[in-house]
Design a protein around this ligand. Structure first.
Ligand code: SF4
Length: 229
């Protein structure tokens, strides 16, 4: 049996995504790329190695989530909090959908967690020696988290929200929980609003916001279309 091919087929199937909606996980990306996401253009498929990397991240997610599930199942029914795993959010106004890794509904507050598995390089850009840090390294992560906050707000009846990124370094298994300001909910709303307005008008005339970062085009699944336009 070709184990490698079997595994690559399995994770390729798992990577298929919904059409017609923008993904919360794409918050902060270039507007042109978002337009391609909504079009019928076929994205360049991820390489098998990249899909394996994503899958590794998924497995860490599942393990952390399973541990929370286990603790929840042992709690009494009058517990002061409960946890929702992979909670779906929809923001119709912006045409955005997503799944929150973990939401902890406490009596006084609701905590939203997004788990980020990363390389040591990314970790050093965010938590390393000050001279090596890039202050924008986690901007898109915060916009994604802010989007989740926005997606839950309507159902929370004004209960306060706390946002957290749970970082996991794949090279050495270091873990860090980082609190993120709620102002990222406003910033996320501004991003999606500006994107909708640009898509509604004329993408060619609007501020394309692209590429937002130097690395975007290198990893973009639509670069073959974009370069030709
Ligand atoms: S190639 Fe660059 S500019 Fe073009 S859609 Fe992709 S990220 Fe945006």
């Amino acid at each position: 049996m070709d184990i490698l091919e079997t595994y690559d087929n399995y994770i390729r199937d798992k990577a298929k995504q919904d059409n017609g909606w923008l993904r919360a996980s794409s918050a902060g990306r270039c507007f042109k790329l978002q337009q391609y996401n909504l079009s019928d253009k076929t994205p360049e498929p991820f390489t098998d190695r990249t899909l394996r990397l994503f899958r590794l991240g998924d497995l860490v997610h599942q393990d952390i989530q399973a541990s929370i599930d286990l603790v929840q199942s042992m709690k009494s029914s009058i517990a002061q909090s409960h946890v929702s795993i992979e909670k779906e959010i929809t923001i119709s106004e912006f045409g955005v959908k997503g799944h929150i890794d973990m939401v902890v509904f406490c009596k006084e507050v609701t905590e939203i967690y997004d788990i980020k598995t990363c390389s040591s390089y990314k970790w050093s850009k965010t938590f390393g020696h000050k001279k090596n840090r890039d202050e924008n390294s986690d901007v898109n992560y915060k916009l994604q988290l802010g989007t989740y906050g926005l997606g839950l707000t309507a159902s929370l009846m004004s209960k306060p929200i706390e946002l957290y990124l749970l970082w996991y370094n794949k090279n050495n298994s270091h873990v860090k929980k980082v609190s993120v300001s709620n102002e990222w909910m406003t910033k996320a709303g501004n991003y999606w609003q500006a994107l909708q307005e640009t898509l509604k008008d004329d993408l060619e005339k609007g501020d394309l916001n692209c590429p937002v970062s130097d690395w975007e085009c290198k990893y973009c699944q639509y670069s073959k279309y974009c370069e030709g336009e």
